[in-house]
Design a protein. Structure first.
Length: 240
């Protein structure tokens, strides 16, 4: 059984979308589009937090984002590979939800899994459109499906975006979703080791980036996306 999702975000780890594009997800959900997230791994190698804790945090964030669906493909954190098995797993997810738009990790980030996830999902999105690749879900042959557009969200390493989206009205709710992953981020009472994302400066960096991007389009908070392929418009005047 397939469930149509308009915007489907893929993430190497359960908090990647909340860090990078939660405002975008909220804005499009509010506009009436169905949104979902597919996490490739459970983030089980994270220095901080336990697996069960991360699952609960993911569930809470999903509720705040009002996602229509969230799944985990249970690939191995830190050991992501692009092979037949991982490609088919992603292809089946794309065909199951038939998204018009994919959001994926950046092709180059501090965490190696992000770049691998980018290449994995990008390649699977192309293969998903080939009718001679047969996949079966719940006993039925899936329909070939290729998303219309793919965009990469910016996470660890700042890149000049191709698209900037005003998320001012959703910043408070977006921050709430981000903060669901309390085991991973700054907690003055935590006795766990400090990581690059658990310092108080990390949250400031996320907010500072949003303010910096917002200056380009005269708003308070914004999130950026990278175009994976050239963008097409009918008229230049269609662009703001």
């Amino acid at each position: 059984m397939k469930q149509k999702i308009n915007i489907l975000a893929f993430a190497a780890h359960p908090d990647d979308v909340e860090i990078s594009a939660a405002g975008i997800m909220l804005k499009h959900q509010e506009a009436g589009l169905k949104t979902g997230i597919i996490d490739l791994t459970q983030g089980e190698l994270s220095t901080r937090g336990q697996l069960e804790t991360r699952k609960l945090e993911t569930q809470k964030a999903s509720e705040i984002l009002k996602l229509s669906v969230r799944e985990n493909l249970n690939m191995h954190d830190g050991f992501l590979e692009i092979n037949n098995e991982s490609l088919i797993s992603v292809i089946k997810a794309i065909r199951k939800y038939q998204p018009d738009i994919l959001l994926i990790n950046s092709d180059n980030d501090r965490h190696p899994d992000h770049g691998i996830a980018h290449k994995l999902v990008h390649r699977a999105a192309f293969l998903s459109g080939l009718i001679k690749i047969e996949t079966i879900h719940e006993g039925e042959v899936q329909e070939a499906w290729r998303p219309k557009n793919i965009y990469a969200y910016i996470q660890d390493l700042f890149k000049q975006p191709d698209l900037i989206i005003d998320v001012t009205d959703f910043w408070e709710k977006r921050t709430e979703a981000f903060e669901c992953f309390s085991s991973q981020f700054y907690n003055p009472n935590s006795l766990e080791p400090t990581t690059p994302i658990s310092t108080p400066e990390f949250k400031k960096n996320i907010e500072g980036r949003s303010v910096q991007l917002a200056r380009y389009i005269n708003c308070k908070h914004a999130e950026g996306l990278l175009a994976v392929k050239p963008l097409g418009v009918n008229l230049l005047s269609d662009l703001e």
